[in-house]
Design a protein around this ligand. Structure first.
Ligand SMILES: Cc1ncc(COP(=O)(O)O)c(C=O)c1O
Length: 376
């Protein structure tokens, strides 16, 4: 999609794609080997649930997030977005309010609205450097119709890795108002040096009973095309209800390739991930320095996690639409335009750092040429 559908999406030829959140990198070799082995087997009949995948997930959660998960708490799905939609439908009613903290990954709006639930925004506070949650404002936003909150952790697009203290404070508010929480932790493995991921469900036992944690190997290992994700549901009653509802969609059967890839990634992908994050961090530093040197009116929001870079373009003095036109028509790059994440992001653009340095530099140089031409 990133390379083949850019023209269709952006309406312009020859754009350099630095948008959608997947990577230009080949998946870890052990994943490719495991998939090849499955293909070579040559028999693709109805699969049973792969035996080793749940154990691999449990071990990964423990090794990476020091989070003790039991195999029975894992509910497999074809993607995080489908999981969000199913959880919302299972645990809220039409007309109920679901809170999101904006700007945020834009399908959060869609999954709520397309389920006929109401989006309530608790905008994040931008300090000028990074985002913070505003919990007083959150309490004011909650009404008797508010049933759920979706947390994006780490935060896309801002790159925040929420701290244990911030999560505990959020959990206290959600607990007080008996909200369900979906903690979307798909970016949990993509951490910069010095940061570690605390799963929201691990900070408060009471809230863990009302939390659905969505995870996947797809963002971490560049496997979005295999359609694999899972939900950790520790509360047996909620899990039973969710499983029943998923069974009622008749779209919950296991996929033999995605489970094999998931297991191989979690069992053997650690070294690949380490090298990836080292490369991404250097890409970040190179981009930050390049902007400082050549385009000082575009400021980076220092990421703590994800391979996405949030750019504050306010000083360019363009309206959101003018900036979009400028990037597409003059700079010839495809970025994710801030306002799709929320009106609070009028001045921002999201740049994907997960490309070979040569591609990234090509993109930065294109923006620089357009920047100089305009005399910013
Ligand atoms: C926060 C977040 N959740 C979910 C997804 C997509 O998940 P999936 O492809 O499993 O539906 C993304 C992709 O960028 C994301 O950033």
């Amino acid at each position: 999609m990133k390379w083949d559908a850019t023209k269709e999406r952006f309406g312009e030829e020859d754009l350099l794609p630095l948008w959608v959140a997947d990577m230009d990198f080949r998946a870890p070799e052990p994943v490719i080997e495991a998939l090849k082995e499955k293909v070579e087997h040559g028999i693709y009949g109805y699969p049973s649930h792969a035996t080793g995948v749940d154990e691999a997930i449990v071990d990964w959660a423990w090794d990476r997030y020091s989070w003790e998960v039991s195999e029975k708490a894992i509910v497999h799905t074809t993607g995080v977005v489908p999981a969000l939609s199913n959880i919302i439908k299972a645990f809220t009613e039409p007309g109920d309010e679901v809170i999101i903290q904006t700007p945020v990954y834009y399908p959060f709006y869609d999954v709520i609205q397309k389920s006929n639930r109401t989006v309530i925004k608790n905008p994040l506070h931008f300090t000028g450097e990074q985002y913070e949650m505003d919990l007083e404002q959150l309490e004011e936003a909650i009404t008797e119709d508010t049933k759920m909150l979706i947390l994006c952790h780490p935060h896309n697009p801002g790159g925040r890795v929420w701290s244990k203290e911030e999560l505990a404070a959020l959990a206290a508010v959600c607990e007080k108002h008996q909200l369900y929480v979906i903690s979307d932790e798909i970016h949990a493995d993509l951490l910069y040096d010095g940061y570690s991921h605390t799963s929201f469900a691990s900070v408060n036992e009471q809230m863990a009973k009302r939390t659905f944690t969505t995870l996947a190997p797809t963002k971490t290992f560049n496997l979005a095309g295999i359609q694999a994700a899972y939900i950790i549901v520790e509360n047996p009653e909620l899990r039973l209800k969710l499983r029943r509802d998923l069974a009622g969609t008749f779209m919950n059967g296991p996929n033999m390739f995605s489970e094999v890839a998931t297991e191989a990634a979690y069992r053997h992908g650690g070294e690949w991930l380490k090298q990836l994050m080292s490369y991404i961090q250097t890409n970040y530093e190179v981009t930050r320095d390049f902007l400082e040197d050549h385009m000082p009116k575009i400021k980076v929001v220092k990421p703590q996690g994800t391979y996405l870079l949030w750019l504050n373009c306010e000083e360019l003095g363009l309206s959101a639409n003018e900036r979009k036109e400028w990037l597409i028509k003059e700079a010839k790059v495809a970025l994710n335009h801030g306002p799709i994440f929320g009106e609070e992001a009028e001045h921002f653009e999201r740049l994907n750092l997960a490309s070979p340095r040569k591609t990234l530099m090509e993109g930065l140089n294109r923006i620089k040429a357009a920047y100089e031409k305009r005399g910013f």
